[in-house]
Design a protein around this ligand. Sequence first.
Ligand SMILES: [Zn+2]
Length: 369
Amino acid sequence: MTTHEQTKRLLASDPFDFSEASRNLFLQSFKENALHHYKNHEFTRKLWDKLGFHPDQLKSEADLENVPGTMVHLYKEHEFCSVPKENLALVLTSSGTGGQKSQQFLDQESLDNVKALALTIHRSLGMASEQKYNYLCFTYDPAVANDLGTAFTDELLTNFTGKNEVYYAIQWNEEKKDFELNEAGVLETLKRFEASDIPTRILGFPALLFEIIERNNLTLNLGERSWLQTGGGWKSKADKEIPKKDFRRMIKERLGIPEEHQRDLFGMVEHGIPYVDCSKGNLHIPNYARVFTRSPYDLSLLKKGERGLLHFMCSYNFSYPAPSLLTTDYGRVGSCGCGIKGDTLILEGRAGVSKHKGCALKALELLKV
Ligand SMILES: [Zn+2]
């Protein structure tokens, strides 16, 4: 297995240290990663050649702004991979709202990298612990669905603390030959966890939890030491979405989980960096990534705080050529007063491709390499 030294150094560093030396670690790691994909992935090389970009041009932090973004939908339509398929250790798949599948390919080094960085980020945000927890996961049992992104994420997240019982709420129904939510099982499990001396951690989609609480008029006290970790957004339940601060207050009232123990996570299968809430409920951007916002009209770089299309950069994955990913999601880069250094990511919804197709999006769709 090859080891990429610059990336190893970056991932061994504090994810929320943004000193010049640490920022330079990201730059060097990104350059190492970009060179690898330039050499090994023909599409990326041709795209960058056409746009006049070469990884050797990365000499300072400011040069990162010049790396062209590759549109996220290209990864949904093509199987992009920078290593021979036989070198892959894991293929992650997640189904999106539009029915299109997102995939990510991980060789052993990249898989080890993403596991390590997820742990470091969660630990730095005070979420890892030796304490044993009872887990209620609103996802597929990874023993049955081991390539689904959310199941992988949950299995990964339960490993950041000691574990007592783990209950997976979405179970295989042999009669229907499909997965389904075992709601009766969830209610029984929550009551059992409430009575236990061991604190609870709930992992899952906010919409599912919200619906179960409402439908069953649930009021429990899981205790001050319990946590809720949400992810995946509201997806098809977007019409029911309630503001984060209202959701946090409701969970405190109905489940007894303190607001500072309620943490949301934003991640994209194609990007893989977890953006995780601090105790104040803001998603923090680690030094393992860069986030830019771009104008939907001409893709020009916007200033910090301005709303635009999110452009994500990362360097840990040597098998999947998405170091510079241009998404169709709107957002802003903000800041937080919690004491954790660096910027925050503010999500502002999806640019429905059919609804708000900017000229640049249209142009990129037409761009043939
Ligand atoms: Zn914060």
